[in-house]
Write a protein that binds this ligand. Structure first.
Ligand code: EPZ
Length: 425
């Protein structure tokens, strides 16, 4: 186990280089099983979820090796069609691999992913789409058995714009006979990154970033070298960290290979941060961010599928708004258990009241240091933000939740003046 020891009250000042995107890396790693070849990924974040996905790929016969921020994945030697419970239970988003394996293999045995620390996470849309494509699916003994020896193109309509289901069904359609159209698809930018990678492998995919994605089945794919887009949720988290500490920071690595400015992929949080008084100067590939130290309340935040306000930034915003001068209202519409960290931040003096999907934040101006427990990825990061601003010492216990998605968070924050260190115990 490990914890962060934090002495709050320091302004963040200096430069932060934003990591590669966790939520683009994971589906792209899954896509590597399609081409039975060597793939080279650049700007891969060194985080626990990537390690878990690498372990899953290795368990079915791929070779995976890391050299700095480069990941080499060769899927030529796949020798198993079983993805075991021990690994899937560590990361439910590994389910995106099911679509890729259904494309590559005639039969797949995949452990049924449970819920997660942010709520009940069904996969009905994933499975319905696979059946639409011609897969036969049975479920027993906690496993999903998929027969996928004859997948065919199909017009699919998703009941909900699920990110993972959109990604998994794109991967399941790559070699199918004919043409597939996915309507009501998720529009997240990470899906555009996945499409760019697939095009680099020789796949025929289009429409990512819209709610209509089309795939024309091909016979074979070749190896691909690709640079992962920057992480827009890590960017948003660090913007909140600058504001809550009244800092001034240059954020770097904000441009993807195809010149997508990552700040433009969090327009809704960006707009809300300006409302809250944060100054953001957009520069080529960078952003100069400065806070007066006064966090203004935000009248309303409603989490929604892209391009709406991302649910993954809801907790960091709640932390930031807990020191505001006034009340803010936040409604969570995506997950049913994403207010858990409220009970922990209350130990620092925050006044956040959650009723169902609505949280009312009464800003208290100042927080006081306390020992708190991380229970999930974004809630854990939000507790770190609160501790950075709190008066006195804090402990954020069980940092492995944070390690899942934030690369070297303690070092990164210490480099811009935070008094934070990691203690293993
Ligand atoms: C992806 O999760 C992200 N994870 C999540 O980020 C993110 O919060 C989420 O999309 C929403 O943007 C990755 O990309 C690895 P969904 P995913 O399927 O794909 C319901 C983080 O912190 N649903 O879009 O699991 C589901 O219950 C993580 O980085 C079904 O009902 O999200 C939820 O209410 C957390 N049936 C809603 O859709 C299904 O078959 C959105 O889920 C699938 C989903």
């Amino acid at each position: 186990m490990s914890k962060y020891l934090i002495e709050g009250g320091r302004r963040l000042e200096g430069e932060i280089a934003v990591q590669g995107s966790k939520n683009a890396t994971l589906p792209i790693m899954a896509a590597c099983v399609l081409n039975s070849a060597e793939n080279i990924l650049h700007n891969v974040p060194d985080i626990l979820d990537v390690q878990i996905m690498a372990e899953i790929l290795t368990s079915i016969g791929c070779t995976v090796r890391r050299e700095g921020s480069d990941l080499y994945i060769n899927s030529e030697g796949i020798n198993s069609n079983v993805v075991c419970e021990r690994l899937v239970s560590q990361m439910r988003s590994s389910i995106v691999l099911l679509g890729a394996l259904a494309s590559r293999l005639d039969n797949v045995q995949f452990s049924y992913p449970g819920g997660s620390d942010i709520g009940y996470r069904p996969i009905d849309i994933h499975l319905k789409g696979l059946c639409d494509l011609g897969a036969q699916i049975t479920k027993e003994r906690g496993y999903i058995f998929v027969t996928s020896d004859n997948l065919h193109g199909k017009n699919i309509v998703l009941d909900y714009p699920s990110v993972g289901a959109t990604e998994s069904l794109i991967l399941a359609s790559i070699f199918s006979n004919g043409y597939t159209n996915i309507s009501n698809a998720a529009k997240e930018p990470e899906i555009i990154d996945l499409q760019n990678f697939l095009l680099g492998m020789g796949a025929k995919v289009g429409g990512a970033g819209t709610n209509n994605i089309y795939i024309d089945g091909v016979q074979k794919l070749h190896g691909c070298e690709y640079t992962i887009m920057p992480d827009r949720i890590a960017l948003g988290t660090y913007l909140c960290a600058v504001h809550i500490t009244g800092g001034k920071v240059m954020l770097k690595n904000l441009e993807s290979e195809d010149n997508l400015t990552i700040l433009d992929t969090i327009k809704a949080p960006h707009y809300k941060l300006l409302e809250s008084g944060l100054k953001i100067r957009n520069l080529p590939g960078r952003a100069m961010v400065e806070s007066t130290g006064i966090v203004q309340p935000i009248s309303s935040i409603v989490t929604q599928p892209y391009p709406g306000f991302p649910t993954d930034l809801q907790n960091p915003f709640l932390s930031m708004l807990s020191v505001a001068k006034g009340s803010s209202f936040v409604k969570e519409t995506i997950f049913d258990s994403r207010f858990k960290f409220i009970s922990q931040i209350a130990r620092m003096g925050a006044n956040i009241r959650a009723e169902g999907s609505l949280a009312v934040v009464t800003g208290v101006g100042k927080l006081s240091g306390a020992k708190v427990y991380a229970e999930d990825l974004r809630g854990g990061a939000a507790l770190v933000l609160a501790a950075l601003a709190a008066e006195g010492k804090s402990e954020v216990v069980d940092t492995r939740h944070i390690d899942r998605g934030y690369e070297k968070m303690a070092e990164l924050l210490a480099d811009v003046g935070a008094c934070i260190k990691r203690v293993d115990y």
